[in-house]
Ligand binder design. Structure first.
Ligand code: HEC
Ligand code: HEC
Length: 184
């Protein structure tokens, strides 16, 4: 009978070794792990997309805490200079959705960081006003979006984050219109 070749046995061990190494590596690098999955849950609510995505990109609920969504929904009659009022039933359904998925109610690295960047007494009604957002966007020269007809405002997430609808805000997927791909 033929004896099992030691080299063959070694080959069998390599995949197991690699899997262990990959596991160790991943736990060492939170940012890598963060990047491999959507940073915030993508919007998966057709009613929300229809009602709150009519004038702008439907902002994922994981970008603001529950108290912020509550405040936004209470003031829809005067929503950033627009009337975005909804009937009571629609508003209640959206409230339920937004509050259950709010930044301080979900377990996501990104949402937790956003919540942590907001002081207890504050209730921001803009994602763009949170310290987390401002920190992440501080290096973008103002003129690349302000004087850009295709952007105009940092509130237009999907103008630069080409996979925003899928919930991905990975900095490597950013494409500022007219500015070309970002070099790294
Ligand atoms: C009639 C149009 C309209 C509708 C409908 C609408 N919005 Fe807005 N929303 C606006 C405008 C205008 C702004 C300000 C955008 C800007 O400053 O560039 C805004 C801004 C926002 C912002 C702040 C974005 C930021 O971080 O700067 C949030 C959050 C928001 N809307 C949530 C909602 C939600 C939730 C709904 C649905 C209940 C909704 N909007 C429906 C017009 C609308
Ligand atoms: C003018 C283009 C532009 C707009 C508009 C914009 N972003 Fe960004 N965003 C960027 C760039 C560029 C970066 C990477 C910044 C860096 O690496 O210095 C970034 C980074 C981020 C990050 C961190 C990504 C990471 O991998 O760490 C998040 C989260 C994010 N943006 C969310 C948003 C949201 C939410 C909105 C809308 C409310 C928005 N952005 C609007 C250009 C934009």
């Amino acid at each position: 009978m033929e004896k099992k070749h030691p080299i063959l046995a070694l080959w069998l061990l390599i995949p197991a070794g690699l899997a262990i190494a990959a596991g160790l590596h991943a736990s060492d690098h939170e940012s890598r792990e963060e990047r491999s999955r959507p940073p915030v849950a993508p919007v998966a609510n057709p009613l929300y997309t229809a009602e709150c995505g009519a004038c702008h990109f439907p902002y994922p609920s994981g970008f603001l805490p529950a108290r912020s969504w509550e405040k936004l929904l209470t003031d829809l009659g005067e929503h950033f200079g627009e009337n975005a009022e909804l009937n009571a039933e629609t508003q209640n359904t959206l409230r339920e959705y937004l509050l259950s998925q709010a930044a301080d109610r979900v377990k996501s690295g990104r949402s937790t960081k956003i919540t942590a960047s907001i002081r207890d007494g504050e209730t921001p009604v803009r994602i763009t006003e949170t310290r987390y957002f401002q920190h992440k966007h501080r290096e973008i020269p103002r003129q690349t979006w302000e004087q850009n007809a295709k952007v105009g405002s940092l509130s237009r997430c999907d103008a630069c984050h080409v996979r925003a609808v899928q919930g991905s805000f990975d900095e490597h997927e950013v494409q500022i219109p007219g500015a070309g791909r970002r070099e790294h």
